[in-house]
Design a protein around this ligand. Structure first.
Ligand SMILES: [Fe+2]
Ligand SMILES: [Fe+2]
Length: 150
C-alpha cells in the first residue's frame, strides 16, 4: 500500500476513534464531552471528505475519464453521511442521548460500509491510475515527481 493510501486509511481510523469517544461519552451520560468529541469528529470527517472530493476524486476522474462511476457513488454516500451527521449532532445539542446514540449507530454502519468500498475498491483503483498520488493529495512526498511510485 502506498503512503498516500495509508494516510487516507489512517484518516478513516481517526474519524472512527473520534466517533467512538463521542459514543462512550454518551453512554456515560456526559453530554458536554459527547458534544466536544462529536465536533472534533465532524472536523476530521469534513477535512477527509474535502480531500477526497476536491483532490482524489477529480484526479481519478481525470486519469480514467470515469465521471459517472465509483466517485459519483462515493459523493452520494458522503451526502448521506453528512446528513446523518447533522441529525446526530442536532440530537446531542438538544440533549437527547437516546436519539443521538441511535443516529450514531446508523452513522457508524454507513461510514464502515463506505470505507470498506474505498479501501478495497476505489483507493486501489486510484493507486493504479493516478500518477504521483501523494503530490496530488498534497501529502508532501519525497518522490522525484517523474516516477509512478505514488
Ligand atoms: Fe469517502
Ligand atoms: Fe474516505
Amino acid at each position: 500500500m502506498s503512503q498516500a493510501m495509508m494516510q487516507l486509511v489512517k484518516q478513516h481510523t481517526e474519524c472512527d476513534d473520534q466517533l467512538n469517544r463521542c459514543e462512550a461519552a454518551l453512554h456515560k451520560g456526559d453530554i458536554a464531552s459527547a458534544g466536544r468529541n462529536f465536533r472534533l469528529f465532524s472536523e476530521f470527517l469534513d477535512s477527509h471528505f474535502a480531500l477526497e472530493e476536491n483532490k482524489l476524486f477529480p484526479a481519478f476522474e481525470k486519469a480514467t475519464g470515469m465521471t459517472n462511476g465509483p466517485t459519483e457513488v462515493m459523493r452520494g454516500e458522503h451526502a448521506e453521511i453528512r446528513s446523518l451527521r447533522d441529525e446526530a449532532y442536532a440530537a446531542i445539542e438538544a440533549n437527547q442521548p437516546e436519539q443521538a446514540l441511535a443516529a450514531l449507530d446508523t452513522l457508524n454502519v454507513l461510514i464502515q460500509q463506505h470505507n470498506v468500498k474505498e479501501e478495497n475498491v476505489l483507493y486501489p483503483m486510484c493507486g493504479g491510475s493516478v500518477p504521483n498520488l501523494e503530490a496530488v493529495l498534497g501529502m508532501g512526498s519525497t518522490c522525484c515527481g517523474s516516477c509512478s511510485c505514488g
